[in-house]
Design a protein around this ligand. Sequence first.
Ligand SMILES: C[S@@+](CC[C@H](N)C(=O)[O-])C[C@H]1O[C@@H](n2cnc3c(N)ncnc32)[C@H](O)[C@@H]1O
Length: 298
Amino acid sequence: MSSLAALKPRESFVPAIREDAIPLLEPELRRIAQMLDADAGIHLSMEKTSLVHSRLIKRLKMLKMDSFKKYCNFVDSPDGKTERREMLMSLTTNLTRFFREAHHFEHLVKEALPPLLERAKKGERIRIWSAGCSNGQEPYSIAAIILSLLPEANNYDIKILASDIDCHMIAHGNRGLYAESIIEKMPAELRTKHFELVDTPDGKMYEASHKMKSLISFRELNLNAPRWPMRGKFQIIFCRNVVIYFNLETQVVLWERFKQQLCGPGYLYIGHSERLTGPAVDLFENVATTTYQLTSLK
Ligand SMILES: C[S@@+](CC[C@H](N)C(=O)[O-])C[C@H]1O[C@@H](n2cnc3c(N)ncnc32)[C@H](O)[C@@H]1O
């Protein structure tokens, strides 16, 4: 669906920043919104002029371009494919936190993981997907919980797929390095068990343990792509604080695709301000706060 159609009538264009030497005007903001919608399903509000301006002006300066019109023409051309991806990544929101929305991790510990880990011990394949994982704090939180319940988890067929559209986030997740200010919010016991203080060119950082890293595969993946590369299904899917940025049509399609990707009676964890919509609603039972269990295998 085109982003022009996606724009709600009440969304009026907030004028470009006039004092800036390179203003962002409404036609270019609409073109950017259209490209973001087409590529990632992300809905960009017309009220976000200053945010878009502040994030993209750096790209224009780097490319030595003096207008957003030239920038739009470039990213809309075959030569601008790589820059179009950079534009998309500059405009996504990567906010995340270790153990964000703690009730999901409590549910993992008490309900979802114990039976799955028992099955893993009997040789079954257990797969968990962190879809829209940002810089890895969500999948590392899941890995830490798995290792606290089953310290020898690496000996079994247990894997977490951590995917994001943003290759910079995937690279960060793969490195597994986090600043002290980020790590210190984690419970002390988990921090000392699963992270090691290391020297890096950027100063002292905490690095995720080898045990945690080897439970996770980080992959670049656009949830809005017509096909996903995974063949097997998942027992658990985390997709939190991602679809909130998508238009409604994209959300409805995505819930249905997650249902296809789950094996029953799998769990789907979504963000605090997200809701299941469309036909998928009847296929899941709401078993805890923003926690859904697949009930129908139709
Ligand atoms: C706000 S973060 C949420 C991170 C994590 N799930 C959490 O709740 O802490 C949203 C993430 O979704 C990713 N994202 C946005 N659109 C996407 C798409 N079409 N496909 C895959 N990931 C996408 C962004 O790059 C970003 O890292």
